[in-house]
Design a protein around this ligand. Structure first.
Ligand code: KG4
Ligand code: ZN
Length: 350
């Protein structure tokens, strides 16, 4: 089964051809990140316009990589089904991918599979694995992205999978917190990689002798929810204090970034451990853009060894939004729907 997956939920335009949900045959992704660097964050209208100009070239590139000697129109004949992220995401961005996929389904007659893009982040863990290495169920899933932070229990159900929401952020998402804190420190967009880069340069003398610490909201509460907006406010207040004293120099900024990264990753890891102690999971499945963070990956590696869970973290390129995860989710967990029944959903729940 060969699936062409399309992802346009935010600022990436991506298409990929994946065989049997795990073998990546080709992938092309364009990002409008550079545009959003100018504004320090995403303006949905600009992101949607970029999707429009990138969608067809990205499709062409993916089809070319898959079958370089054949015209794109003919390559489509070699595809068994189309899959598209129909939510959650920015409505203008989603529209571009969804309408493109519907059009392809209409003209080729190929089945079209709508995919929840949050679920897809977890199916990144099936990519480039052999079937005997696929995650066993039940699995505990943590999705940490720019728009969402959710803990879910994943189980097999019939031929597919079902997701039970265990906890989620009550305000900002973890990726959003990275992005907004980076803006406060003037580190650039997207904030996650910018903070990680700055944190790497933090000096040991400040780490060992911290000039201040940031809160880890809700970390000791007996529930599986997250909260990041208080951390963001603490960052704004701390930055103001340091600026007033003329202390927000390069060295201090690097320590600041390190402490932000520590605070966010501590919250993610601690709540996941709490969930693992409460629910009988065999595997821990991580996914979403924030999982590209090296410090977080290392913390999870250390903690899951203690918990005796088998840990699955997608390779960095499969953490952020892209077509491969959509094709994987479509293969393992979805049924085709007639194109006329699919429309983009901005706030689709898991
Ligand atoms: O999953 P994703 O590509 O898009 C959404 O579904 O939102 O996640 C994007 C988020 C952004 O907030 C970005 O700052 C964050 O993932 N991110 C990171 C890193 N790379 C991307 N956060 C922390 N460390 C990183 N290395
Ligand atoms: Zn995403």
């Amino acid at each position: 089964m060969i699936i062409l997956g399309i992802e346009t939920s935010c600022d990436e335009t991506s298409a990929a051809v994946v065989e049997n949900g795990h073998r990546v045959l080709s992938v092309a992704t364009a990002s409008s990140e550079k545009l959003h660097q100018k504004t320090g964050g995403i303006i949905p209208e600009s992101a949607a316009r970029e999707q429009l100009s990138c969608m067809i070239p990205v499709l062409e590139e993916t089809l070319f990589q898959f079958q370089p000697k054949i015209k794109p129109q003919k390559v489509l004949e070699k595809i068994d089904a189309l899959a598209v992220a129909y939510g959650p995401g920015l409505i203008g961005s989603l529209l571009v991918g969804v309408e493109t996929a519907k059009t392809l389904s209409l003209v080729t007659g190929k089945p079209l599979i709508p995919v929840n893009h949050l679920e897809a982040h977890l199916f990144a863990n099936w990519l480039e694995k052999e079937p005997n290495q696929f995650p066993q169920m039940p699995g505990l899933g943590l999705i940490a992205s720019g728009g969402h932070t959710e803990l879910v229990l994943v189980n097999k159900k019939g031929k597919g999978y079902q997701f039970q929401l265990l906890g989620q952020t009550r305000d900002d998402a973890s990726g959003e917190c990275f992005d907004k804190c980076a803006r406060v420190l003037d580190l650039g967009y997207p904030g996650g990689p910018a903070i990680a880069q700055s944190a790497q340069k933090a000096e040991k003398k400040l780490i060992n002798n911290p000039p201040f610490s940031l809160p880890r909201p809700m970390i000791d509460q007996n529930n599986l929810d997250f909260s990041f907006s208080g951390l963001k406010t603490a960052v704004i207040n701390q930055a103001r204090k340091l600026q007033q004293k003329n202390l927000l120099n390069e060295e201090m900024k690097n320590f600041f970034a390190w402490e932000i990264q520590e605070a966010i990753t501590d919250c993610l890891v601690k709540k996941t451990i709490q969930a693992a102690q409460k629910y009988p999971a065999k595997t821990l499945l991580l996914g979403g853009g924030v999982m590209a963070n090296q410090a977080l990956r290392e913390k999870f590696q250390k903690e899951t060894e203690k918990l005796g869970l088998k840990l699955f973290i997608p390779k960095v390129g499969f953490c952020t939004d892209n077509g491969t995860i959509i094709a994987a989710a479509a293969h393992f967990n979805h049924q085709p729907v007639h194109w006329s029944k699919i429309s983009p959903q901005s706030s689709l729940a898991i």
